[in-house]
Structure formats: C-alpha cells, structure tokens
Ligand binder design. Structure first.
Ligand SMILES: NC(=O)C1=CN([C@@H]2O[C@H](COP(=O)(O)OP(=O)(O)OC[C@H]3O[C@@H](n4cnc5c(N)ncnc54)[C@H](OP(=O)(O)O)[C@@H]3O)[C@@H](O)[C@H]2O)C=CC1
Ligand SMILES: O=CCS(=O)(=O)O
Length: 252
C-alpha cells in the first residue's frame, strides 16, 4: 500500500513537524492550512524527499474541505493516514469575560473543522482498509479543568469522545483511530491564544522544558506506523517537568 498522509494545520507547530517526519520516511504528503506562503515554502523544502501536494484550506468550511478532497491529484487520492491537527485556543481569561465569537471560532475549528475533514476522508480510508489511521490532536486540556480553559478544553473533550465513538463504528474496517493528547508544547499555540503576546509565550515556556513539535510528530509517526492489528486509543504525552495541580477554593 502506498503511504499517503493528509495533514491539517501543516503551516506551524505539530503539523509542520509531522510533515517533516513523514517526508523523512518517504511518505507522500497532502499538506493543508490557511497560510498559502508557508505551505509553498514547506512544499519547496520537502519535495526532494517525496511527492508533496499542498492545498490552502480553512477546515471550518465544509464545502472547501470537500472540494480539496475531491480535487486531489490521482497519486494523492488514496490517503492512508489523516492527521487532524488544525486547531487553536483563544481568550485565556475567565469565561464571563470572553467574546462569544471566540468561543464560536474554537468550536468551528476544533470540532466542526475536525468533523468536516474526517467525514470527507472516511470513505477513502475505509477503502484503503487495514493499516490506515485517523490521528486526532486532542489535549490534556480535554481532561484537566483549569481557569481560562472553558470552551477550548471542551472541544478537546469532544475530540477524545469522537475518537472513541469512531472506533466503535469503524470496527471491522481496519481503520484505526487515535486521540493524541499533548501537554505543554512550545509552538505558536500561545501566541495565537493570547492574540500575539510574546511576553506570555516567553513566560509560559521559559524556565522549564516544554515538549517540542518534533516530540509530538515522532509520536504521531509511531502511531501511524504500528503493525495494522494495533490501535492506540489514546496517547497522553507531557513534558517530565509538567504535572497536575490541586483544587482551587473560594475562601472568606
Ligand atoms: N501546543 C500545545 O501546547 C498543544 C496543542 N494542541 C493541539 O495541537 C494542534 C496543533 O497546535 P500547535 O501546533 O500547538 O499550534 P500552532 O498554532 O503552531 O499550529 C496550529 C495549526 O492549525 C492551523 N489552523 C488553525 N485554524 C485553522 C483553520 N481554521 N483551518 C485550517 N487550519 C487551521 C494553523 O494554520 P493556519 O493558521 O495557516 O491555518 C496551524 O498550522 C491543535 O489542535 C492544538 O489544539 C494540543 C495539546 C497541546
Ligand atoms: O492544549 C494545550 C495544552 S494546555 O495549554 O491546555 O496545557
């Protein structure tokens, strides 16, 4: 079986690192994201390693997702691994201070977008059968409540449960489904979450040892290349220097 990975959000962070890791191993790649220039740059960087097709895509737009999948050049059509990575957090302050639009953007991207891409590629993945994978980027934020996590964490809880539920329906098709749940990882995530606040980025990742995009790309590659009879349902990955904190109390 030819190995073809379809990666959403390949313009930055985990998605970009994942593209590099899969390219290194000789996979054909379909790379998507909204930032066209970054996609072109990545295609130029990786195309000496193997075939790369790029498509500018906002995953929130179900018609655009369908169009990109339908317009795949023939050599990229038989996708064997979907990495549902595109996602974001916004407005890291108390729920009661958040603009409704920010909640909608997170739901539209992390939930609707992921569902759009999954729906469009399911028939192809089922057709390819055993050894194919859907790898969804969840988060520890989908399990651990913390202040300012509000809708972001809830979207990642959706990703976890959707992944498990998909497994039930795909039983017998050979298609694997994994929810990968990283903890603290240094990408553009915090810049996006804070509206470009470099000081917040530096404060969060400084003085500790966060995961790097390549660490998660390695896990994604590992999951995608396991023998076809193995399904990792969920993989939670934290830096050694991160752990949970306790309950909070409102006191007199
Ligand atoms: N960094 C972290 O600590 C953690 C991150 N995650 C999750 O990992 C995933 C990747 O995040 P990370 O690499 O850290 O963050 P980055 O901000 O570095 O990358 C996010 C990627 O998502 C893409 N994206 C965002 N919105 C859309 C959209 N509407 N349509 C298409 N692509 C979109 C961006 O591309 P573009 O802007 O070009 O469209 C970009 O390539 C996300 O789902 C995130 O929630 C999970 C746990 C921890
Ligand atoms: O998904 C992101 C990880 S965290 O910022 O919620 O810890």
């Amino acid at each position: 079986m030819k190995k073809i990975a379809f990666i959403t959000g390949a313009t930055s962070g985990f998605g970009r690192a994942c593209a590099c890791r899969f390219a290194e191993a000789g996979w054909s790649l379909v790379l998507t994201g909204r930032r066209e220039e970054r996609l072109a740059e990545l295609r130029d960087q990786l195309s000496d390693k193997g075939p790369v097709h790029t498509a500018t895509l906002d995953v929130r737009d179900s018609q655009a997702v369908k169009a990109v999948v339908e317009a795949l050049p023939s050599e990229f059509q038989a996708v064997t691994c979907l990495v549902n990575n595109a996602g974001l957090a916004l407005a890291p302050h108390a729920a009661q201070k958040v603009d409704l639009e920010d909640w909608h953007t997170m739901i539209d991207t992390n939930v609707t977008g992921l569902v759009n891409v999954t729906h469009a590629l399911l028939p192809t993945l089922i057709e390819q059968g055993a050894g194919t994978s859907i790898i969804n980027l969840g988060s520890v934020a989908g399990d651990a409540p913390y202040p300012g996590n509000h809708v972001y964490g809830a979207t990642k809880a959706f990703v976890r449960q959707f992944s498990y539920n998909l497994r039930c329906d795909l039983l017998g098709t050979g298609v694997r489904v994994t929810d990968i749940a990283p903890g603290l990882a240094e990408t553009e995530f915090t810049l996006v979450r804070t509206g470009g606040d470099q000081a917040s980025h530096d404060k969060l990742y400084g003085g500790t040892t966060p995961l790097q995009p390549e660490d998660i790309a390695e896990q994604i590659y590992h999951v995608a290349t396991l023998p076809p009879h193995i399904n990792i349902n969920r993989l939670e990955v934290m830096p050694v220097r991160q752990a949970w904190n306790g309950f909070a109390f409102d006191r007199d």
